[in-house]
Design a protein around this ligand. Structure first.
Ligand code: OOG
Ligand code: NI
Length: 449
Protein backbone atom coordinates (compact mmCIF):
# COMPACT_ATOMS: atom_id res chain seq x y z
CA UNK A 1 0.00 0.00 0.00
CA UNK A 2 1.29 3.46 -0.81
CA UNK A 3 2.22 5.62 2.13
CA UNK A 4 3.67 8.83 0.81
CA UNK A 5 3.58 11.82 3.12
CA UNK A 6 0.14 13.46 3.08
CA UNK A 7 -0.12 16.71 1.12
CA UNK A 8 -1.56 19.92 2.56
CA UNK A 9 -4.79 19.14 0.70
CA UNK A 10 -4.93 15.63 2.24
CA UNK A 11 -4.56 17.04 5.74
CA UNK A 12 -7.23 19.65 5.08
CA UNK A 13 -9.60 17.00 3.73
CA UNK A 14 -9.12 14.90 6.83
CA UNK A 15 -9.74 17.88 9.07
CA UNK A 16 -12.85 18.76 7.08
CA UNK A 17 -14.16 15.19 7.26
CA UNK A 18 -13.63 15.06 11.03
CA UNK A 19 -15.28 18.41 11.66
CA UNK A 20 -18.24 17.54 9.45
CA UNK A 21 -18.69 14.38 11.47
CA UNK A 22 -18.59 16.23 14.79
CA UNK A 23 -21.14 18.74 13.53
CA UNK A 24 -23.48 16.07 12.18
CA UNK A 25 -23.33 14.06 15.41
CA UNK A 26 -24.55 17.16 17.22
CA UNK A 27 -27.20 17.94 14.63
CA UNK A 28 -28.53 14.40 14.17
CA UNK A 29 -27.87 12.33 17.30
CA UNK A 30 -29.09 9.16 15.53
CA UNK A 31 -26.02 9.45 13.32
CA UNK A 32 -23.83 8.90 16.39
CA UNK A 33 -25.77 5.69 17.06
CA UNK A 34 -25.05 4.53 13.51
CA UNK A 35 -21.34 5.32 13.85
CA UNK A 36 -21.16 3.38 17.13
CA UNK A 37 -22.99 0.41 15.62
CA UNK A 38 -20.65 0.37 12.60
CA UNK A 39 -17.58 0.49 14.87
CA UNK A 40 -18.90 -2.47 16.86
CA UNK A 41 -19.73 -4.50 13.75
CA UNK A 42 -16.31 -3.76 12.22
CA UNK A 43 -14.55 -4.83 15.43
CA UNK A 44 -16.60 -8.06 15.45
CA UNK A 45 -15.69 -8.82 11.83
CA UNK A 46 -12.00 -8.19 12.56
CA UNK A 47 -12.16 -10.53 15.57
CA UNK A 48 -14.13 -13.24 13.75
CA UNK A 49 -11.89 -13.29 10.71
CA UNK A 50 -8.66 -12.74 12.65
CA UNK A 51 -7.85 -10.00 10.15
CA UNK A 52 -5.39 -7.33 11.06
CA UNK A 53 -7.38 -4.37 9.88
CA UNK A 54 -6.75 -0.73 10.48
CA UNK A 55 -10.04 -0.28 12.35
CA UNK A 56 -9.13 3.22 13.41
CA UNK A 57 -8.76 4.36 9.79
CA UNK A 58 -11.81 2.41 8.69
CA UNK A 59 -14.03 3.87 11.38
CA UNK A 60 -13.11 7.36 10.17
CA UNK A 61 -13.99 6.64 6.60
CA UNK A 62 -17.21 8.16 5.30
CA UNK A 63 -19.01 10.07 2.56
CA UNK A 64 -21.60 12.81 2.71
CA UNK A 65 -24.16 14.39 0.38
CA UNK A 66 -25.32 17.90 -0.45
CA UNK A 67 -27.88 19.31 -2.88
CA UNK A 68 -27.25 22.62 -4.65
CA UNK A 69 -29.70 24.98 -6.32
CA UNK A 70 -27.84 26.80 -9.08
CA UNK A 71 -24.85 26.63 -11.40
CA UNK A 72 -22.77 29.24 -9.57
CA UNK A 73 -23.05 27.18 -6.36
CA UNK A 74 -21.77 24.11 -8.16
CA UNK A 75 -18.80 25.82 -9.77
CA UNK A 76 -17.88 27.47 -6.46
CA UNK A 77 -18.12 24.09 -4.75
CA UNK A 78 -15.71 22.67 -7.32
CA UNK A 79 -13.16 25.37 -6.51
CA UNK A 80 -13.59 24.94 -2.75
CA UNK A 81 -13.29 21.16 -2.82
CA UNK A 82 -10.19 21.39 -5.02
CA UNK A 83 -8.41 22.98 -2.05
CA UNK A 84 -9.15 19.73 -0.17
CA UNK A 85 -7.92 17.58 -3.06
CA UNK A 86 -11.47 16.54 -3.99
CA UNK A 87 -12.27 16.48 -7.71
CA UNK A 88 -15.51 15.74 -9.59
CA UNK A 89 -15.69 12.10 -10.66
CA UNK A 90 -18.56 10.60 -12.64
CA UNK A 91 -21.92 11.90 -13.84
CA UNK A 92 -25.09 10.53 -12.29
CA UNK A 93 -28.45 11.15 -13.92
CA UNK A 94 -31.16 10.80 -11.28
CA UNK A 95 -33.95 11.92 -13.61
CA UNK A 96 -34.30 8.26 -14.62
CA UNK A 97 -35.76 7.70 -11.15
CA UNK A 98 -37.96 10.77 -11.33
CA UNK A 99 -35.63 12.83 -9.14
CA UNK A 100 -35.01 16.27 -10.68
CA UNK A 101 -31.24 16.44 -10.08
CA UNK A 102 -27.99 15.35 -11.66
CA UNK A 103 -24.86 14.74 -9.67
CA UNK A 104 -21.17 14.05 -9.35
CA UNK A 105 -18.95 12.89 -6.51
CA UNK A 106 -16.11 15.11 -5.31
CA UNK A 107 -13.35 12.82 -4.12
CA UNK A 108 -9.60 12.29 -3.98
CA UNK A 109 -8.27 10.49 -7.04
CA UNK A 110 -4.72 9.27 -6.42
CA UNK A 111 -3.87 6.03 -4.58
CA UNK A 112 -2.02 7.92 -1.86
CA UNK A 113 -4.74 10.51 -1.30
CA UNK A 114 -7.45 7.84 -1.16
CA UNK A 115 -5.41 5.71 1.22
CA UNK A 116 -4.86 8.68 3.52
CA UNK A 117 -8.45 9.95 3.62
CA UNK A 118 -11.05 8.86 1.05
CA UNK A 119 -13.72 11.37 2.13
CA UNK A 120 -16.18 12.05 -0.68
CA UNK A 121 -19.20 14.32 -1.13
CA UNK A 122 -22.01 13.23 -3.44
CA UNK A 123 -23.12 16.56 -4.88
CA UNK A 124 -26.39 17.10 -6.69
CA UNK A 125 -27.60 20.07 -8.69
CA UNK A 126 -31.31 20.82 -8.89
CA UNK A 127 -32.66 20.87 -12.45
CA UNK A 128 -35.11 23.74 -12.32
CA UNK A 129 -35.95 23.15 -15.99
CA UNK A 130 -37.63 19.87 -14.99
CA UNK A 131 -40.25 21.68 -12.87
CA UNK A 132 -43.39 21.49 -15.03
CA UNK A 133 -45.25 24.55 -13.79
CA UNK A 134 -43.83 27.70 -15.42
CA UNK A 135 -44.82 30.00 -12.54
CA UNK A 136 -43.18 27.76 -9.99
CA UNK A 137 -40.10 27.53 -12.17
CA UNK A 138 -39.83 31.31 -12.28
CA UNK A 139 -40.42 31.59 -8.55
CA UNK A 140 -37.72 28.98 -7.89
CA UNK A 141 -35.23 30.80 -10.09
CA UNK A 142 -36.01 34.09 -8.34
CA UNK A 143 -35.54 32.60 -4.85
CA UNK A 144 -32.29 30.90 -5.83
CA UNK A 145 -30.95 34.01 -7.58
CA UNK A 146 -31.24 35.89 -4.29
CA UNK A 147 -29.39 33.47 -2.12
CA UNK A 148 -25.69 33.47 -1.39
CA UNK A 149 -24.58 30.36 0.45
CA UNK A 150 -20.87 31.16 0.81
CA UNK A 151 -19.54 33.58 3.42
CA UNK A 152 -17.38 36.51 2.30
CA UNK A 153 -14.56 35.19 4.46
CA UNK A 154 -14.68 31.80 2.76
CA UNK A 155 -14.53 33.34 -0.72
CA UNK A 156 -11.70 35.63 0.31
CA UNK A 157 -9.64 32.72 1.64
CA UNK A 158 -10.39 30.65 -1.46
CA UNK A 159 -9.22 33.44 -3.73
CA UNK A 160 -6.04 33.80 -1.74
CA UNK A 161 -5.39 30.07 -1.89
CA UNK A 162 -5.97 30.03 -5.63
CA UNK A 163 -3.73 33.02 -6.22
CA UNK A 164 -0.82 31.95 -4.02
CA UNK A 165 -1.22 28.18 -3.78
CA UNK A 166 -1.30 28.11 0.00
CA UNK A 167 -2.77 29.51 3.21
CA UNK A 168 -1.22 30.07 6.61
CA UNK A 169 -2.11 27.57 9.31
CA UNK A 170 -4.51 30.02 10.86
CA UNK A 171 -6.14 30.73 7.51
CA UNK A 172 -6.47 27.01 6.87
CA UNK A 173 -8.34 26.59 10.13
CA UNK A 174 -10.62 29.46 9.21
CA UNK A 175 -11.17 28.04 5.74
CA UNK A 176 -12.31 24.72 7.18
CA UNK A 177 -14.48 26.41 9.78
CA UNK A 178 -16.22 28.57 7.17
CA UNK A 179 -16.61 25.65 4.79
CA UNK A 180 -18.15 23.40 7.44
CA UNK A 181 -20.52 26.24 8.36
CA UNK A 182 -21.76 26.30 4.76
CA UNK A 183 -23.29 22.85 5.36
CA UNK A 184 -24.78 23.58 8.75
CA UNK A 185 -28.48 23.04 9.31
CA UNK A 186 -30.51 26.23 9.67
CA UNK A 187 -34.12 25.72 10.76
CA UNK A 188 -35.20 29.14 9.51
CA UNK A 189 -36.58 28.73 6.03
CA UNK A 190 -36.01 31.24 3.27
CA UNK A 191 -39.64 31.13 2.17
CA UNK A 192 -43.22 31.29 3.45
CA UNK A 193 -45.17 28.16 4.34
CA UNK A 194 -47.26 28.63 1.17
CA UNK A 195 -44.27 28.72 -1.13
CA UNK A 196 -42.81 25.72 0.70
CA UNK A 197 -46.04 23.79 0.08
CA UNK A 198 -45.99 24.61 -3.63
CA UNK A 199 -42.37 23.52 -3.95
CA UNK A 200 -43.09 20.40 -1.92
CA UNK A 201 -46.03 19.51 -4.13
CA UNK A 202 -43.80 19.73 -7.21
CA UNK A 203 -41.25 17.44 -5.55
CA UNK A 204 -40.14 17.10 -1.95
CA UNK A 205 -36.56 17.42 -3.01
CA UNK A 206 -37.22 20.79 -4.64
CA UNK A 207 -38.56 22.07 -1.32
CA UNK A 208 -35.45 20.79 0.44
CA UNK A 209 -33.09 22.59 -1.93
CA UNK A 210 -34.95 25.85 -2.49
CA UNK A 211 -36.58 26.65 0.86
CA UNK A 212 -33.44 26.94 2.94
CA UNK A 213 -30.57 29.36 3.24
CA UNK A 214 -27.83 26.90 2.48
CA UNK A 215 -26.99 23.39 1.24
CA UNK A 216 -27.22 21.57 4.58
CA UNK A 217 -25.42 18.26 4.65
CA UNK A 218 -28.24 15.72 4.35
CA UNK A 219 -26.37 12.60 5.46
CA UNK A 220 -22.98 11.19 6.37
CA UNK A 221 -22.10 7.56 5.77
CA UNK A 222 -19.59 5.44 7.68
CA UNK A 223 -18.13 2.36 5.98
CA UNK A 224 -18.74 -1.10 7.40
CA UNK A 225 -17.26 -4.53 6.69
CA UNK A 226 -20.63 -6.27 7.14
CA UNK A 227 -23.67 -4.30 6.07
CA UNK A 228 -26.05 -7.21 6.71
CA UNK A 229 -25.06 -7.25 10.39
CA UNK A 230 -25.62 -3.49 10.53
CA UNK A 231 -29.00 -3.79 8.82
CA UNK A 232 -30.07 -6.56 11.22
CA UNK A 233 -29.04 -4.56 14.29
CA UNK A 234 -30.25 -1.09 13.42
CA UNK A 235 -33.65 -1.48 15.06
CA UNK A 236 -31.98 -2.81 18.24
CA UNK A 237 -30.07 0.43 18.67
CA UNK A 238 -33.18 2.51 18.01
CA UNK A 239 -32.70 3.34 14.33
CA UNK A 240 -35.43 2.95 11.70
CA UNK A 241 -33.73 1.24 8.71
CA UNK A 242 -34.84 1.58 5.09
CA UNK A 243 -36.45 -1.61 3.86
CA UNK A 244 -33.75 -3.05 1.64
CA UNK A 245 -29.98 -2.85 1.23
CA UNK A 246 -29.24 -1.22 -2.15
CA UNK A 247 -26.77 -2.72 -4.61
CA UNK A 248 -25.51 -6.25 -5.20
CA UNK A 249 -26.52 -9.15 -2.93
CA UNK A 250 -24.34 -10.51 -0.13
CA UNK A 251 -21.43 -12.38 -1.72
CA UNK A 252 -18.11 -14.04 -0.90
CA UNK A 253 -16.24 -11.33 -2.84
CA UNK A 254 -17.89 -7.94 -2.28
CA UNK A 255 -18.27 -5.85 -5.44
CA UNK A 256 -19.10 -2.19 -5.96
CA UNK A 257 -21.15 -0.72 -3.18
CA UNK A 258 -23.94 -1.84 -0.86
CA UNK A 259 -25.86 0.80 1.06
CA UNK A 260 -28.56 1.14 3.63
CA UNK A 261 -29.90 4.14 5.54
CA UNK A 262 -31.89 5.05 8.59
CA UNK A 263 -34.88 7.16 7.84
CA UNK A 264 -34.98 10.90 8.03
CA UNK A 265 -36.61 12.48 11.03
CA UNK A 266 -39.28 15.14 10.92
CA UNK A 267 -37.78 18.37 12.22
CA UNK A 268 -39.29 21.65 13.31
CA UNK A 269 -38.64 24.52 10.93
CA UNK A 270 -39.78 28.14 10.81
CA UNK A 271 -41.27 29.80 7.75
CA UNK A 272 -41.25 33.48 6.84
CA UNK A 273 -44.48 35.49 7.15
CA UNK A 274 -45.47 38.90 5.87
CA UNK A 275 -45.65 40.40 9.37
CA UNK A 276 -42.07 39.36 10.17
CA UNK A 277 -43.02 36.71 12.73
CA UNK A 278 -41.94 33.15 12.08
CA UNK A 279 -44.41 30.33 11.53
CA UNK A 280 -43.57 26.88 12.88
CA UNK A 281 -43.76 23.92 10.50
CA UNK A 282 -42.03 20.65 9.75
CA UNK A 283 -39.53 19.35 7.20
CA UNK A 284 -38.01 15.91 6.65
CA UNK A 285 -34.63 15.65 5.05
CA UNK A 286 -31.70 14.62 7.17
CA UNK A 287 -30.79 11.01 7.69
CA UNK A 288 -27.84 8.65 8.04
CA UNK A 289 -26.49 5.99 5.76
CA UNK A 290 -24.10 3.03 6.00
CA UNK A 291 -22.05 1.58 3.17
CA UNK A 292 -19.95 -1.46 2.41
CA UNK A 293 -17.45 -1.17 -0.43
CA UNK A 294 -16.13 -3.90 -2.68
CA UNK A 295 -14.18 -4.32 -5.90
CA UNK A 296 -14.39 -1.75 -8.67
CA UNK A 297 -15.81 -3.33 -11.82
CA UNK A 298 -14.43 -2.91 -15.34
CA UNK A 299 -16.87 -1.77 -18.05
CA UNK A 300 -17.45 -5.48 -18.75
CA UNK A 301 -18.17 -6.16 -15.06
CA UNK A 302 -20.34 -3.06 -14.77
CA UNK A 303 -22.37 -4.09 -17.82
CA UNK A 304 -22.96 -7.51 -16.26
CA UNK A 305 -23.96 -5.90 -12.96
CA UNK A 306 -26.40 -3.54 -14.70
CA UNK A 307 -27.84 -6.39 -16.73
CA UNK A 308 -28.43 -8.58 -13.68
CA UNK A 309 -29.85 -5.75 -11.57
CA UNK A 310 -32.24 -4.78 -14.38
CA UNK A 311 -33.20 -8.40 -14.82
CA UNK A 312 -33.99 -8.72 -11.11
CA UNK A 313 -35.99 -5.50 -11.06
CA UNK A 314 -37.99 -6.51 -14.11
CA UNK A 315 -39.15 -9.51 -12.07
CA UNK A 316 -39.61 -7.74 -8.73
CA UNK A 317 -39.05 -4.16 -7.59
CA UNK A 318 -38.48 -3.60 -3.90
CA UNK A 319 -41.35 -1.72 -2.28
CA UNK A 320 -40.43 1.17 0.01
CA UNK A 321 -42.68 -0.21 2.75
CA UNK A 322 -40.61 -3.41 2.91
CA UNK A 323 -43.55 -5.70 2.23
CA UNK A 324 -41.73 -7.72 -0.48
CA UNK A 325 -38.18 -7.44 0.81
CA UNK A 326 -37.61 -11.20 1.34
CA UNK A 327 -38.86 -12.05 -2.13
CA UNK A 328 -36.69 -9.30 -3.64
CA UNK A 329 -33.54 -10.50 -1.88
CA UNK A 330 -34.23 -14.11 -2.90
CA UNK A 331 -34.62 -13.07 -6.55
CA UNK A 332 -31.49 -10.88 -6.39
CA UNK A 333 -29.45 -13.84 -5.13
CA UNK A 334 -30.86 -16.11 -7.78
CA UNK A 335 -30.19 -13.75 -10.67
CA UNK A 336 -26.70 -12.83 -9.42
CA UNK A 337 -25.61 -16.47 -9.56
CA UNK A 338 -24.52 -15.47 -13.05
CA UNK A 339 -21.93 -13.09 -11.57
CA UNK A 340 -18.75 -15.05 -10.72
CA UNK A 341 -17.98 -14.95 -7.00
CA UNK A 342 -14.39 -16.17 -6.91
CA UNK A 343 -11.62 -13.58 -6.75
CA UNK A 344 -9.35 -15.24 -9.28
CA UNK A 345 -12.19 -15.87 -11.69
CA UNK A 346 -13.35 -12.26 -11.43
CA UNK A 347 -9.84 -11.13 -12.32
CA UNK A 348 -9.22 -13.70 -15.04
CA UNK A 349 -12.53 -12.85 -16.73
CA UNK A 350 -11.66 -9.15 -16.65
CA UNK A 351 -14.64 -8.21 -14.48
CA UNK A 352 -12.72 -6.33 -11.75
CA UNK A 353 -9.79 -3.92 -11.57
CA UNK A 354 -6.77 -5.12 -9.56
CA UNK A 355 -3.56 -3.91 -7.99
CA UNK A 356 -0.71 -6.27 -8.89
CA UNK A 357 2.47 -6.77 -6.91
CA UNK A 358 5.47 -9.04 -6.64
CA UNK A 359 5.04 -11.78 -4.07
CA UNK A 360 7.63 -11.74 -1.29
CA UNK A 361 11.13 -12.23 -2.56
CA UNK A 362 10.27 -12.25 -6.22
CA UNK A 363 11.65 -9.34 -8.20
CA UNK A 364 12.06 -10.90 -11.62
CA UNK A 365 11.03 -8.41 -14.31
CA UNK A 366 7.72 -9.07 -15.99
CA UNK A 367 6.78 -8.50 -19.59
CA UNK A 368 3.55 -6.55 -19.15
CA UNK A 369 2.57 -7.06 -22.75
CA UNK A 370 2.65 -10.83 -22.44
CA UNK A 371 -0.69 -11.69 -20.86
CA UNK A 372 0.04 -15.42 -20.84
CA UNK A 373 3.36 -14.93 -19.02
CA UNK A 374 1.68 -12.69 -16.46
CA UNK A 375 -1.08 -15.23 -15.97
CA UNK A 376 1.44 -17.98 -15.42
CA UNK A 377 3.36 -15.91 -12.84
CA UNK A 378 0.06 -15.33 -11.02
CA UNK A 379 -0.69 -19.07 -11.08
CA UNK A 380 2.78 -19.79 -9.68
CA UNK A 381 2.22 -17.27 -6.90
CA UNK A 382 5.13 -15.07 -8.00
CA UNK A 383 2.73 -12.18 -8.52
CA UNK A 384 -0.20 -11.49 -6.25
CA UNK A 385 -3.17 -9.23 -6.78
CA UNK A 386 -5.87 -7.53 -4.76
CA UNK A 387 -9.06 -5.88 -5.95
CA UNK A 388 -9.12 -2.10 -6.30
CA UNK A 389 -11.86 -0.74 -4.05
CA UNK A 390 -14.79 1.02 -5.70
CA UNK A 391 -14.70 4.66 -4.61
CA UNK A 392 -17.78 5.87 -6.49
CA UNK A 393 -21.56 5.59 -6.40
CA UNK A 394 -24.35 3.78 -8.22
CA UNK A 395 -27.24 5.67 -9.82
CA UNK A 396 -29.95 3.07 -9.08
CA UNK A 397 -28.76 2.80 -5.46
CA UNK A 398 -28.55 6.58 -5.11
CA UNK A 399 -32.13 6.83 -6.36
CA UNK A 400 -33.14 4.30 -3.68
CA UNK A 401 -31.35 6.34 -1.02
CA UNK A 402 -33.02 9.57 -2.17
CA UNK A 403 -36.42 7.91 -2.26
CA UNK A 404 -36.17 6.29 1.15
CA UNK A 405 -36.08 9.81 2.51
CA UNK A 406 -38.63 11.42 0.29
CA UNK A 407 -41.59 9.44 1.55
CA UNK A 408 -43.37 6.68 -0.33
CA UNK A 409 -46.08 8.62 -2.08
CA UNK A 410 -43.96 10.66 -4.44
CA UNK A 411 -44.50 10.61 -8.14
CA UNK A 412 -41.50 8.64 -9.38
CA UNK A 413 -42.09 8.95 -13.07
CA UNK A 414 -38.92 8.43 -15.05
CA UNK A 415 -37.85 11.50 -17.01
CA UNK A 416 -34.84 9.91 -18.66
CA UNK A 417 -33.20 13.16 -19.46
CA UNK A 418 -29.43 12.91 -18.87
CA UNK A 419 -27.58 16.10 -19.70
CA UNK A 420 -23.93 15.78 -18.82
CA UNK A 421 -22.99 18.73 -21.03
CA UNK A 422 -25.28 21.05 -19.07
CA UNK A 423 -23.95 19.72 -15.79
CA UNK A 424 -20.35 20.28 -16.84
CA UNK A 425 -21.19 23.78 -18.03
CA UNK A 426 -22.58 24.56 -14.56
CA UNK A 427 -19.60 22.89 -12.91
CA UNK A 428 -17.18 24.86 -15.06
CA UNK A 429 -15.12 21.75 -15.86
CA UNK A 430 -15.52 18.22 -17.19
CA UNK A 431 -16.03 15.42 -14.67
CA UNK A 432 -13.33 12.75 -14.44
CA UNK A 433 -14.13 9.42 -16.02
CA UNK A 434 -14.15 6.84 -13.25
CA UNK A 435 -13.16 3.92 -15.46
CA UNK A 436 -10.16 5.86 -16.73
CA UNK A 437 -9.07 6.44 -13.11
CA UNK A 438 -9.34 2.75 -12.12
CA UNK A 439 -7.68 1.60 -15.35
CA UNK A 440 -4.77 3.96 -14.68
CA UNK A 441 -4.39 2.63 -11.13
CA UNK A 442 -4.30 -0.94 -12.42
CA UNK A 443 -1.87 0.00 -15.16
CA UNK A 444 0.47 1.76 -12.77
CA UNK A 445 0.64 -1.32 -10.57
CA UNK A 446 1.49 -3.45 -13.62
CA UNK A 447 4.14 -0.96 -14.75
CA UNK A 448 5.78 -1.06 -11.34
CA UNK A 449 6.28 -4.86 -11.46
C1 OOG B 1 -27.85 11.77 -2.25
C2 OOG B 1 -28.23 10.33 -2.38
C3 OOG B 1 -27.11 9.53 -3.02
C4 OOG B 1 -25.53 7.75 -2.18
O1 OOG B 1 -24.80 7.35 -1.27
O2 OOG B 1 -25.83 7.05 -3.15
C5 OOG B 1 -26.06 9.12 -2.07
C6 OOG B 1 -28.89 12.61 -1.60
O3 OOG B 1 -29.84 12.11 -0.98
O4 OOG B 1 -28.71 13.85 -1.68
O5 OOG B 1 -25.61 9.80 -1.21
NI1 NI C 1 -24.89 8.57 0.40
Amino acid sequence: MPNARPSAADLLRQKFSRQMSVMYCQEVPDYQKAVDLVKQVNADVAADTAQSLDLEALSEERHGAIRLGKASELSMMRRLFAVLGMYPVGYYDLSVAGIPVHSTAFRPISNDAIAFCPFRIFTSLLRVELIEDADLRDKTNAILAERNVFSDKLVELLEKQEATGSLTEQEEDQFIEELVKTFKWNDQANVSADVYEDLHDAHRLIADVVSFKGPHINHLTPRTLDIDAVQDNMAKVGLNPKAVVEGPPQRAVPILLRQTAFKALEEEVFFQTTDGKLQAGAHTARFGEIEQRGAALTPKGQALYDELLNKTRAIITPKADGSNVDAYIAELHKVFQDFPDDLNELRAQGLIYCHYQHANGNTAPVDKNDAAALESLIQQGAITFSPITYEDFLPVSAAGIFQSNLGNSQNQQSLNDANQADFEKALGAPVNDLHALYATMQDQSLQSL
